[in-house]
Design a protein around this ligand. Structure first.
Ligand code: ZN
Ligand code: ZN
Length: 437
């Protein structure tokens, strides 16, 4: 005899009801309590869920026996009824924690494998592109396989007029409750697709299955799709091929969505519609100017630049080539700017060994002399090369922040996006430094 009757009460049957009576009662009640039929009842979903959960427990002889012997506490797992809270409480927890609790069940538009979809699944595919491809635009043909409705059975999966039978395991629902213990007094219920019918709620006998799709309702089809990488598309741009995705019987096919991922470029960094590059110039060019093709652009063009006469160029100096940046997406004739950081290459020691140093010295600005007046004490200290990176890597006692400060560098060595949003601001509370755009 059952020690609790709440679940029986939910179904409206006596604790002595047979399995058949429980089934019948459930079907009848399920029809009446279905949320679609009770759109104005705020408790409709909860009532329906309680009904389903009660049925799940009582329909399975094993769980029914546990419930009859130990009540909900028994279903909550080991721990026994001796020191548990009152049963009503557990019942409430079992169904989601009482008033205001959110339910994990799925109806209509909820997440999860049982959500009602209005089209087939979308396929999202990352697609690597080079900066050249985005600069110039590109049409790519890709071979894909997609699922389409089987033409032989028209998506029924059945041979001829064979009909699918409701799945015995899940009673045609396509799902089963899975209980998991959260704590000694609480069990969580989640729904899992029925493993026998894979959530369909019905099954076909082996011999009734369509020969072509083997009862799967869909077949693989090879297709050739074209995607157009348009000039100036931003990184992360989604290119949607509507309806090119998998098809499920009775539903329009899903979309194929390519997501652009720009590969790192060896000479250019992109920031929106602007580009950044670094160009090495020789010492001679730094002093005497240049007139040459400074860069090979992303479309293969050479870009010639002439520095103004008499202009001495320093290492780190930035020049801007107007309208030589990236094309604007959807308006490719409008282009951003190309910023070029000049780096002065000093002559090699090898080259220096070949030149007349006296003659060179006569040409260059004079060396510095000792300061006047000479300090009273002058020590000779050895010249030793070092790198600041090593020094910075060490930790310093408080107060020696000099080496900790990041030296302003226009092109980050990490992300390609470093230079556009590099507004590191370590000073707490201080105003953010202005970054020239
Ligand atoms: Zn078929
Ligand atoms: Zn099933």
């Amino acid at each position: 005899m059952a020690i609790e009757t709440e679940l029986y009460d939910v179904l409206g049957v006596s604790p002595t009801a047979t399995g058949d009576e429980i089934k019948k009662a459930y079907r009848k009640k399920a029809r009446n309590l279905h949320p679609d039929k009770n759109p104005n009842d705020p408790e409709a979903i909860q009532n329906f869920q309680e009904l389903g959960a009660a049925y799940e427990i009582l329909n399975d002889p094993n769980t029914r026996e546990v419930y009859d012997s130990f009540g909900m506490q028994g279903l909550a797992g080991p721990g026994g009824p001796q020191n548990g809270p009152d049963m009503g409480d557990i019942f409430a927890q079992f169904f989601g924690g009482g008033p205001g609790a959110s339910f994990d069940f799925d109806f209509g538009n909820a997440r999860g494998p049982f959500r009602k979809r209005n089209k087939g699944e979308d396929s999202v595919i990352p697609y690597d592109v080079t900066l050249e491809e985005i600069y110039n635009g590109k049409t790519v043909k890709v071979n894909m396989e997609k699922e389409v409705e089987c033409g032989v059975c028209k998506g029924s999966g059945a041979k001829g007029n064979a009909k699918a039978k409701p799945c015995v395991t899940c009673e045609g629902k396509g799902w089963k409750h899975v209980y998991s213990q959260v704590s000694t007094v609480r069990i969580a219920t989640t729904r899992a697709p029925c493993t026998d019918c894979h959530g369909a709620g019905e099954t076909l006998r082996e011999k009734d299955r369509c020969k072509k799709c083997k009862g799967e309702k869909v077949v693989q089809e090879k297709t050739r799709q074209e995607i157009r990488v348009e000039r100036g598309m931003p990184n992360g741009q989604r290119i949607v091929l509507a309806g090119a995705g998998d098809q499920e019987p009775g539903l329009p096919p899903g979309d194929v969505i390519f997501v652009l991922k720009t590969q790192r470029h060896e000479s250019f960094e992109r920031s929106g519609s602007d580009l950044l590059s670094t160009v090495s110039i020789t010492l001679s060019e730094a002093l005497l100017g240049f007139d040459r093709i400074l860069i090979n652009h992303l479309d293969g063009r050479g870009v010639r630049v002439t520095s103004p006469k008499g202009k001495v160029l320093t290492s780190g100096m930035t020049i801007v080539l107007r309208n030589e940046g990236m094309p604007t997406y959807k308006n490719p004739d409008v282009r951003g700017n190309l910023y070029i950081v000049l780096k002065v290459e000093m002559p090699s020691e090898e080259w220096m060994s070949t030149v007349d140093q006296k003659a060179l010295a006569a040409l260059l600005p004079p060396k510095k002399t000792d300061i006047e007046p000479l300090p009273e004490i002058v020590d000779d200290v050895a010249f030793e090369e070092s790198t600041l990176t090593e020094v910075r890597a060490r930790s310093f006692p408080a107060g020696s922040g000099f080496f900790d400060q990041a030296f302003p560098s226009q092109f980050g060595e990490g992300d390609e996006n470093d230079w556009e949003d590099d507004d590191d601001d370590d000073d707490e509370g201080g105003p953010p430094e202005c970054q020239p755009q």
